[in-house]
Design a binder for this molecule. Structure first.
Ligand code: SF4
Length: 452
């Protein structure tokens, strides 16, 4: 059996390496994990293509094509799926967007995989081999992540990525931030892999570095501590994501640093506590953000800080206040986005009920395009404020000032990523100039709200 696995990219990120020869991206785990899940007895020939790092070649021979999609890439995925089906291929769609919008995705596929694919994807392949492919495969949401196969990193074009050493220790998130797709798509589950399995996978890596893609790995503090303790003898350097909980617990922070942590992405979201409370991220304390940044720096850990604009409590002063905070706190790598109501999330349903969605052109749901009517400014002012913030924080003077706070041992990493983001900031207006509005706004049924 020949299997082709494709990951389409949205317009804003397609084949973009900026000023560098290779992408600053780490290799995503989806395709390599799907490849690892293919049952041996099928003796399949598998090919992977990731449009995030190179153009797709659709002139292939395959018995089955698997395409993964998030909301921002879903229209591209449908376009590719329709084209391949018209050529006679059997196409399977999966990923977050088909999980959120299965009825919509079903129009473009011979079969869907929704939710986690660990058992449903192998089952689908066996059924296909037996000539009895079903239209929908769904795995019950399981909190166990025991016995995951080791992702097939060997199948990637490694030189295209900053690293292929991406790994997960936990999946999902126990929090319920209103705007976040994670609790909705994964039904509020939070699963942890056995520590010994994570360590065993890390030991297979070429090079002593890793990227943890877990969205919220420190929410189970005892688990995180035992993982970090077990990682210390490996002597690797790693980056990953965290909530501010990492900086609140001195022992956890110390263990993270000792285990090789050199950088974390933190979704600070807003410098206003009222906004954090309103969006259910009340467990973050805005007035302690600067203190947390300093603590992380003191342990040799740099910070990619993410901020989101357009929450209901925010007026236009938010841009200046955020940029000023980012400079003052010396956040190594700021990243700005606009509030994006991904389908089926509580935020989507609320904005839909309030008649504030501008359109459902999913390709623009990429967190850099305004797709809704903010409460205290126009969509155009929000889009312009986003752009202004990117430009301010990636001016030479801001980069120079912010990086005086970065730990010396990791300065080259943060300098190169700042240069990459400066390129992104300067070219963003090429893609986000106008705010799109759909005058018709067809009345489609709202997705079911998942009760958490
Ligand atoms: S924004 Fe972060 S903390 Fe909040 S639900 Fe999503 S993953 Fe969890």
């Amino acid at each position: 059996m020949k299997i082709q696995l494709l990951s389409p990219a949205g317009d804003i990120h397609r084949n973009s390496t900026g000023i560098f020869k290779r992408s600053l991206r780490y290799a995503p785990l989806t395709l390599t994990t799907l490849a690892a899940l293919v049952p041996d007895e099928l003796q399949a020939e598998i090919t992977l293509q990731d449009e995030g790092v190179e153009p797709l070649d659709l002139d292939f021979s395959a018995d089955l094509v698997g395409i993964t999609a998030i909301t921002g890439t879903s229209l591209r995925a449908y376009e590719i799926a329709d084209e391949l089906r018209s050529r006679g291929h059997t196409v399977v769609l999966g990923g977050v967007h088909p999980t959120l919008m299965p009825e919509e995705a079903a129009d473009h596929a011979d079969a869907l995989v929704t939710g986690y694919a660990e058992t449903s994807w192998p089952q689908l392949l066996r059924d296909f081999a037996d000539g009895r492919l079903a239209p929908h495969y769904a795995l019950p949401f399981d909190r166990q992540l025991r016995g995951l196969p080791i992702a097939r990193r060997d199948m990637l074009k490694q030189r295209r990525y900053a690293t292929v050493n991406s790994i997960e220790a936990t999946r999902g998130c126990p929090h319920k931030c209103e705007f976040c797709v994670v609790p909705t798509a994964w039904h509020g589950t939070y699963a942890r892999r056995p520590v010994e399995e994570v360590i065993a996978e890390l030991q297979t890596f070429a090079g002593r570095h890793a990227v943890f893609i877990d969205l919220s790995p420190v929410e189970d503090v005892a688990y995180a501590k035992s993982l970090y303790r077990a990682m210390i003898p490996l002597k690797i350097r790693w980056v990953g994501l965290a909530t501010t909980r990492l900086a609140e617990d001195e022992e956890l922070l110390k263990l993270a640093a000792q285990s090789g942590c050199r950088g974390v992405l933190i979704g600070f979201e807003s410098v206003d506590q009222q906004t954090l409370n309103g969006t259910r991220k009340h467990f973050h304390q805005a007035d302690r953000y600067a203190e947390y940044v300093k603590r992380l720096h003191d342990h040799g850990i740099g910070i990619q800080g993410c901020f989101v604009f357009g929450f209901d409590d925010e007026d236009e002063s938010v841009f200046e206040r955020t940029v000023e905070f980012v400079d003052r706190a010396k956040i190594d790598l700021p990243r700005y986005a606009v509030v994006t109501p991904f389908p089926a999330t509580p935020l989507y349903r609320r904005l839909q009920a309030e008649g504030r969605l501008l359109h459902r052109k999913w390709s623009l749901y990429d967190v850099e395009h305004v797709v809704f009517e903010p409460k205290r400014m126009t969509p155009e002012r929000l889009q312009a404020g986003l752009q202004w913030s990117w430009e301010q924080s990636y001016s030479w003077s801001s980069i120079g000032h912010r990086l005086t706070g970065a730990p010396w041992s990791i300065l080259p990493l943060w300098l190169s990523t700042n240069l990459g983001y400066r390129f992104f900031a300067r070219h963003l207006p090429d893609k986000t100039q106008c705010v799109y509005r759909d005058p018709a706004m067809p009345a489609v049924a709202a997705p079911e709200l998942v009760q958490l």
